[in-house]
Design a protein around this ligand. Structure first.
Ligand code: HEM
Length: 446
């Protein structure tokens, strides 16, 4: 069990191997998808290694999630945890901030992602999703991951910074692709290398965002950036231009890549489970009797919500969260010194049979009211993180996913094309290696 910092001095360091000097076990970590599971089987819920140049503890399971995300979060730093590439490419945004600065900024950003603002986003999300789905139907085949990414990026850029569809939005999306590719590479700023391209893309994006921020400052609108420009903290202060630029860049980045991953996984899982697909359709058909998709209907989709949770559990877009250890602590009888890096992993609880029996089975009923397996153990389902720093865009993402899926289920069929590599690649976000090749048609079954 966790213990207070005062007890830590005499406890041993966690078991495990630091591997080679400097490089440690980085290559095994990057190349072996079972890296953590193997070590957990050997050492238990906490073990040490050295990755990305730093001594690191992996902390596995729901108790570890609670420790990092909630009960002992003041022992951890986000800024010191994420790799240098994240710090440089995503700038001074909420993702890296802590303490009072984080609290103040999260509060300022929150209204743009909840309540009335969210309701106002509904019609735009529907219009954009409908247009994309119609286009897909007219194509012979599509690769779902990049196609979904265009869709989610258009929703994010329209609602967050008020972009109009067209060449500029496509350009912004291409820059984001380059920025994302730079997050998981060596930070070498040499011409032609991915990191140099990522830095260039970041600068272009920031230049564009600055222009939009200036426009919003002169003429406030009701997109998320318009709301941010107007919001004031307890002292009546607004976010500065530099703060607004960094936060807007983060929102755009966080606002589409992960949602794309979950939507692609949902298309895959439903195509592979026809009985579950049928139950989803029945729920939608019953709602459609009362007319076209509307906000009220969106609140009456318990089965689709269960499917979304099951996709979050089995296919978490983000594999884990890095933290820097800023205060030493003890966990499960082991001492972890300040200066180390800590990592929690979504799969460690989400595939734990003690939390979710038969974890390899895609079974949305596990989240139904009678079983509610996620409520039996706190911090067992953490696809959106958890605790006070749970994903800020959770409600935004869920609304978007429900809209896209409700429209697809009501009006379209989709089939997986044969002979494609459906094994999963985990970085930068989870996806089938093939990108998920599908054929979309008008719905035939009534
Ligand atoms: C399916 C979609 C999404 C998934 C799976 C997801 C996942 C996550 C996770 C796991 C974290 C916590 C990371 C950690 O603990 O280290 C997080 C944080 C965050 N997410 Fe999301 N996210 C999604 C969509 C969004 C959207 C749509 C937005 C904004 C428009 C967003 C904005 C953020 C922000 C700002 C944070 C940092 C919050 C803070 O530190 O206070 N996310 N997200």
């Amino acid at each position: 069990m966790p213990a207070s910092p005062a007890q830590t001095a005499s406890a041993p360091l966690p078991p495990g191997s630091l591997g080679l000097p400097i490089i440690g076990e980085t290559l095994k970590f990057l190349n072996d998808p079972d890296f953590a599971d193997k070590r957990r089987a050997e050492y238990g819920d906490i073990f040490k290694t050295r990755i990305l140049g730093r001594p690191t503890v992996f902390m596995m399971g729901p108790e570890a999630n609670r420790f990092i995300l909630s009960s002992h979060m003041d022992h951890f730093s986000w800024r010191e945890g994420w790799p240098a590439t994240f710090r440089e490419l995503l700038g001074e945004s909420l993702f890296l901030q802590e303490g009072e600065q984080h609290r103040r900024n999260r509060k300022l950003l929150m209204p743009a992602f909840h309540g009335r603002a969210l309701e106002n986003y509904f019609a735009t999300m529907v219009t954009i999703a409908q247009r994309y789905l119609d286009t897909w139907r007219q194509q012979e085949t599509i690769t779902a991951f990049p196609a979904l990414k265009q869709l989610t990026f258009e929703i994010a850029s329209t609602l967050l910074i008020g972009s109009q569809p067209g060449a500029l939005t496509q350009q912004l999306s291409a820059w984001f692709e380059e920025l994302t590719n730079g997050l998981f590479t060596l930070p070498l700023n040499l011409p032609g290398l991915p990191y140099a391209k990522a830095l260039h893309a970041r600068d272009r994006l920031l230049a564009h965002i600055e222009q939009v921020v200036q426009e919003r400052m002169d003429h406030p609108t009701d997109d998320a950036l318009g709301l941010l420009v107007q919001s004031r903290d307890e002292n009546g202060d607004r976010l500065t231009l530099e703060e607004l630029k960094a936060q807007a860049l983060l929102m755009l980045f966080a606002g589409h890549e992960t949602t794309t991953s979950m939507l692609a996984s949902m298309l895959l899982a439903l195509a592979q489970h026809p009985a579950i697909l049928k139950t989803c359709r029945l729920e939608q058909d019953a709602l459609a009797i009362s007319g076209k998709l509307n906000l009220e209907q969106l609140k009456q989709m318990p089965y689709l919500e269960q499917v979304i949770k099951e996709v979050e559990r089995m296919y978490p877009p983000v594999g884990g969260g890095f933290r820097g250890v800023v205060k030493p602590f003890e966990f499960n009888g082991y001492h972890v010194p300040a200066g180390w890096q800590a990592l929690y992993q979504m799969r460690s609880a989400q595939y734990d049979p003690n939390c979710f029996p038969e974890p390899d089975r895609f079974d949305p009923d596990r989240f139904g009211p009678d079983r509610a397996e996620h409520k039996r153990t706190e911090f067992s389902l953490v696809g959106f993180g958890g605790g006070p720093r749970v994903c800020l865009g959770l409600a935004f993402a869920q609304m978007e996913m429900k809209i896209v899926m409700a429209l697809l289920l009501r009006h379209y069929d989709w089939q997986l094309l044969p002979d494609q590599d459906l094994s999963l690649q985990r970085v930068p976000t989870l996806r089938p290696r093939s990108g998920l090749e599908i054929r979309v048609g008008a719905r035939s079954e009534v």
